[in-house]
Design a binder for this molecule. Structure first.
Ligand SMILES: NC(=O)c1ccc[n+]([C@@H]2O[C@H](COP(=O)([O-])OP(=O)(O)OC[C@H]3O[C@@H](n4cnc5c(N)ncnc54)[C@H](O)[C@@H]3O)[C@@H](O)[C@H]2O)c1
Length: 267
């Protein structure tokens, strides 16, 4: 079995920023034709311009069902099929305990319901592809409590579970469905919060990532490229950590805590 994606058509929602660019690049490296679907026309065009041939842009809002239906039809009529769907688009809207009803509904609409609607619309094409594969973007945030965050982690936890449901019911169509849970990954939000300071970002992340740094977008992208390839033909319904060991680490972090029993307070 091969990891080549030669001749396969991939749709990547939210492909317009750094993590999305890494995923598009990794799929492109394996030979796929990649359609970037995003509301950010400039960011989507940037990755198309950088990678050139085989990357196409569709500017679309995936919270609109008519738009979703139309874009899936257009991809199939223009490129002949949809073999791969990556549901990556998200919003980080989250005021923790103060989030109002509209905020909760918007976040679930983008992060969960739109991924489901994209998959629902693409299902016939994925089924006729003969090797259909879906990857949903989840997160380390799906499994742990983070201060001031109630909404985003809940959407990601929901998507981990929806991934299992999709895998169960799409298996009869020959479609595999998995999720990828990145740890801290060099992204637009980190770029803007740290004012482009990757060294500081790595230093902040080091205590809770075994690798001692944030991930690179393309490293996460290569996990996606593996999962949607025939090399992962036995993998479905799984949540893959692409997190530099974040989820392997417990509250003790990389600190030798037990020896402190002998030394703490021993004066
Ligand atoms: N950045 C991290 O460290 C990190 C960690 C864990 C998981 N993730 C996950 O990785 C994915 C990418 O994260 P990111 O930090 O690059 O996010 P981002 O906000 O930079 O990118 C999300 C993209 O989704 C697009 N989008 C939002 N709403 C849309 C809509 N209605 N229709 C079409 N496109 C829409 C945005 O325009 C943007 O390009 C997300 O699913 C996120 O949950 C990221």
């Amino acid at each position: 079995m091969t990891s080549s994606l030669d001749g396969r058509v991939a749709v990547v929602t939210g492909g317009a920023t750094l993590v999305g660019h890494g995923v598009v690049q990794a799929l492109h490296e394996q030979g796929a034709v990649v359609v970037v679907v995003d509301i950010d026309a400039g960011g989507a065009q940037e990755v198309a311009d950088r990678l050139g041939d085989r990357v196409h842009v569709v500017v679309a809002d995936i919270t609109d069902d008519a738009t979703v239906g139309r874009l899936v039809d257009d991809v199939v009529s223009t490129h002949g099929s949809i073999d791969i769907l990556v549901n990556l688009a998200c919003i980080y809207l989250d005021d923790g305990a103060d989030t109002d009803r509209a905020g909760w509904l918007t976040a679930f609409d983008v992060n969960v319901v739109s991924a489901v609607m994209m998959t629902r619309a693409a299902r016939p094409a994925l089924a006729s592809s003969g090797h259909g594969a879906v990857v949903n973007f989840t997160s380390i945030s799906s499994k742990v409590a983070q201060t001031g965050r109630w909404v985003y982690p809940a959407t990601k936890a929901a998507l981990v579970q929806v991934t299992r449901s999709m895998a169960m019911d799409l298996a009869s169509d020959g479609i595999r469905v998995n999720s990828v849970s990145p740890g801290w990954t060099w992204s637009k939000i980190m770029d803007s919060l740290s004012q482009g300071d990757r060294t500081r970002t790595d230093r902040v992340a080091a205590p809770f990532h075994l690798t001692g740094r944030v991930g690179d977008p393309v490293e996460v992208g290569r996990v996606v490229a593996f999962l949607v390839s025939d090399a992962a033909s036995v993998v479905t319904g799984a949540d893959w950590a692409a997190d530099g060991g974040y989820s392997a680490m417990g509250p003790e972090q990389g600190v030798a805590a037990i020896p402190q029993l002998a030394t703490e307070g021993a004066h």
